[in-house]
Design a protein around this ligand. Structure first.
Ligand SMILES: NC(=O)c1ccc[n+]([C@@H]2O[C@H](COP(=O)([O-])OP(=O)(O)OC[C@H]3O[C@@H](n4cnc5c(N)ncnc54)[C@H](OP(=O)(O)O)[C@@H]3O)[C@@H](O)[C@H]2O)c1
Length: 294
């Protein structure tokens, strides 16, 4: 597993520790990231240089499958979309080829498209293409907003719903299909335990469609809070992010504003193909609201 300290990685390792039918090498790129990983005799933590295919191939030796979870939405001084989404994927694929790994699971994003004018969607699309053209068997899972106590989306939702006021972009009118991070992890584990042949690209979303505003309202009810909403027009957020980009790198850029205000729509949900029974949104929100804020 690459990006084992990510929110998805930590949730996945928790499922491995609870009794999945496999062992996992949990690769991180910083020694201090090892501390936050779940512990289990089934989990072998390891520091790996993601920039070096030989370091990655060494970690992949003997693996039946690789789950590639490293990736970014928010650029920063050290990671941009090219390094954080495209180049790391290229290195993972080259190492998987060298180590003759049987299957690659790549977590991508709804909207991924190598021709997109949005830098994030474009980089995810380019990364998907690297995986799909690798000659390796692979499952590419495009995901929406992921909810769980450890995900960025889960933390942001909890903060917004804790009130007394919530600031939303564009009235929170964009439509979401939030997915429980544990459902995504069950899908990834299924692909690793019984890797299917060939390359498939799946869109896995949660069971409920609702607007961002409705999602915050439901989370606030779960926390027993009353909220006042304040809205910022999307064009103004984009303009402000563009101005801020003149004096800083990354953070909330116009590209990020467009990603987080996109409608999450799919033609066909892959829950059946991936063998996942989706968690009802009410249960996901209950888990989020019961968890101590992180
Ligand atoms: N969370 C969501 O709602 C969501 C939605 C759609 C798609 N996804 C995708 O799902 C995957 C997992 O998401 P997540 O939210 O669990 O991630 P996360 O918690 O934000 O963790 C990001 C991971 O990527 C690594 N990383 C960051 N910059 C990197 C770089 N330049 N080179 C190599 N690795 C780098 C981080 O390592 P360090 O800690 O060492 O920086 C960390 O392991 C990502 O590919 C993400 O794009 C997530």
């Amino acid at each position: 597993m690459i990006g084992a300290n990510s929110a998805v990685g930590t949730a996945l390792l928790a499922q491995v520790a609870r009794g999945a039918a496999l062992d996992a090498v949990a690769a991180v790129r910083r020694p201090d990231a090892l501390d936050g990983l779940p512990r289990s005799p089934r989990i072998m933590p390891r520091v790996v240089d993601y920039g070096r295919s030989d370091s990655l191939a060494d970690a992949f030796a003997g693996a039946g499958a690789v789950a590639h979870l490293a990736g970014i939405l928010f650029e920063n001084r050290t990671s941009d979309y090219r390094s954080g989404n495209v180049e790391v994927t290229r290195a993972v694929v080259e190492a998987a080829q060298a180590a003759a790994v049987g299957h690659v699971v790549f977590v991508s994003s709804l909207g991924a498209d190598p021709r997109s004018s949005n830098g994030y969607f474009r980089s995810k699309g380019e990364a998907e293409r690297i995986v799909a053209d690798s000659g390796l068997d692979a499952t590419i899972i495009r995901t929406p907003l992921l909810l769980g106590p450890g995900t960025a989306g889960g933390r942001a939702l909890r903060a917004a719903a804790s009130g007394p006021s919530a600031r939303i972009l564009g009235g929170g009118a964009h439509r979401l299909r939030p997915l429980d991070v544990d459902d995504l992890c069950r899908a990834i584990l299924g692909c690793c335990e019984q890797p299917p042949a060939g390359v498939r690209t799946c869109e896995l979303v949660g069971p409920t469609t609702l607007t961002h505003r409705e999602l915050i309202e439901r989370a606030a009810r779960c926390l027993g809070r009353e909220l006042v909403f304040r809205s910022t027009p999307v064009w103004l957020a984009r303009f402000g992010a563009g101005l801020a980009g003149l004096v800083r790198t990354g953070g909330l850029t116009p590209a990020v504003v467009d990603v987080i205000t996109s409608d999450e729509a799919v033609d066909r949900n892959a829950d059946g193909d991936l063998g996942v029974r989706l968690t009802p949104l009410s249960d996901t929100l209950a888990k989020l609201c019961q968890a101590a804020p992180r």
